[in-house]
Design a protein around this ligand. Structure first.
Ligand SMILES: C[S@@+](CC[C@H](N)C(=O)[O-])C[C@H]1O[C@@H](n2cnc3c(N)ncnc32)[C@H](O)[C@@H]1O
Length: 420
């Protein structure tokens, strides 16, 4: 039986299902959901993520983890728990770069990759890298950092729509033989409460996605951490921006198949990704309720730049054996901070029992430059995507030297006051 038949079977058995229930089956049904099939990330997949674009991403994450370890007074075991670790490339890039960082950081760093599908490509390097197959966080008493990249956007979301008869929910049902979207009363009062808590009133005709799994995520993460940080990277917005009546009247739900973005979740069920932007105001709120204080929310462009991306970009050419490789490395690093693309992703850092330290990724400081200077700059490997080959095969292309980050940028991005 394929995923679409499973969706139909469930509807025939129980009647229409919420969009969130449909998304759970389409993405994660164990016998053929999207994430149980082939690798989705990369040139032959359906989309790419920052770790695939350039190892500078993982290197600078390692720099941020190193500083977290320092501000926590260098615990003997510093756990980096990566949620939704996917193909394990970020783990590899972080641990590779961490091995060069000073003060014995690599010895304290215990990296754990967690995913609800099996994590590929993670090579066992001694006993310091663990793999956990789970869709919850089965830990207690950790000291360190729980990190994720493009993890919260992969959670199933409910869809709601404002009608002239009030707020309704979108369901997936059958009309004859056809799978269709239907609207009916809310399946859960928490949907209306979420919008009310956010102070959001949708206008008639407006559709929006609501992720009710954020609170269980925050409770799981805060429960696992005795002391440390939560570092979340994803595409998303603050609630005011996300639920803007004119700019996002139809919500933000999209589908990806072979690098083409559409918004037709009822087609290619099981062979396309379905995702929605993250509401970072709610991430902050559920975190606060679970005991996590927010230290800041900045763009990926600002985060990576403040951790030393400019230095890596200036020096990567020297370490690229051929002009073509130099160009590919330059393109990859630039893509990580590209406006309108990965550069606009958000980075939120929350904390528990560590006070309110000024973190390098959130605020400009000389610390990270002193660290990355003198270390070899990481270069693309066969496991990364070559943007020059993927997008412009055979072409000689010029790339912007570097997307400059202006001072004003990011200073008032969140509208979320830092509290810890
Ligand atoms: C969009 S992919 C991102 C993969 C990787 N972090 C990257 O940046 O390439 C989302 C990943 O999160 C995993 N995932 C989604 N929900 C999860 C859950 N509740 N528990 C564990 N993993 C989950 C999926 O299996 C998938 O590997």
């Amino acid at each position: 039986m394929n995923v679409e038949s499973e969706v139909r079977r469930r509807i025939q058995e129980r009647g229409k299902i919420t969009f969130a229930a449909f998304m759970e089956v389409a993405l994660y049904w164990s016998q053929g959901g999207y994430y149980t099939g082939r690798e989705p990330v990369g040139a032959v997949g359906d989309y790419y993520t920052s770790p695939a674009v350039h190892p500078a991403f993982g290197a600078l994450m390692a720099v941020q983890l190193y500083q977290m370890w320092q501000v926590m007074d260098r615990p003997a075991i510093f756990t980096a728990l990566e949620l939704g670790a996917g193909n394990g490339l970020l783990c590899r890039d972080i641990t590779d770069y961490a091995a060069q960082l000073p003060d014995g950081f690599a010895k304290s760093l215990h990296y754990v990759c967690l995913d609800r599908r099996s994590v590929t490509r993670v090579e066992q390097r001694g006993s310091s890298i663990g793999r956990v197959l789970s869709d919850v966080v089965p830990f207690r008493g950790l000291e360190g950092c729980v990190l994720s990249n493009e993890y919260l956007d992969a959670f199933p979301v409910h869809q709601v729509v404002m009608t002239n008869d009030g707020l309704k929910e979108v369901y997936v049902g059958l009309e004859g033989d056809n799978l269709v979207e239907l609207t009916d009363k809310l399946s859960n009062p928490a949907l209306e409460s979420r919008l009310k808590d956010l102070g959001i009133t949708l206008v008639e005709g407006q559709t929006a996605e609501i992720n009710l799994r954020l609170a269980p995520w925050a409770n799981g993460v805060a429960g696992a951490l005795e002391r440390g940080f939560v570092l979340t990277i994803d595409y998303g917005r603050t609630a005011r921006d996300l639920y803007h009546a004119e700019q996002r009247a139809r919500g933000t739900l999209v589908t990806y198949h072979q690098h083409v973005q559409t918004d037709s979740p009822l087609t290619r069920i099981g062979s396309q990704d379905i995702t929605a932007q993250v509401d970072f105001t709610s991430v902050e709120a559920v975190g606060r309720r679970a005991g996590l204080g927010t230290l800041g929310l900045v763009t990926q462009r600002k985060f990576l730049s403040q951790l030393g991306l400019g230095y890596l970009q200036q020096h990567v050419i020297k370490q690229s054996p051929t002009p073509r490789q130099a160009q590919a490395n330059m393109a990859g690093i630039s893509d990580l901070v590209r406006p309108g693309g990965l550069g606009d992703f958000k980075v939120m850092i929350q904390a528990k029992n560590v006070g309110t330290p000024a973190l390098w990724g959130l605020e400009q400081s000389p610390g990270p430059i002193g660290l990355v200077e003198g270390l070899p700059v990481p270069v693309l490997t066969d496991d990364h995507l070559s943007l020059t080959d993927a997008r412009y095969p055979g072409a000689e292309t010029e790339f912007e030297a570097f997307w400059q980050v202006t001072e004003s940028e990011g200073s008032d991005e969140s509208g979320i006051p830092p509290v810890a």
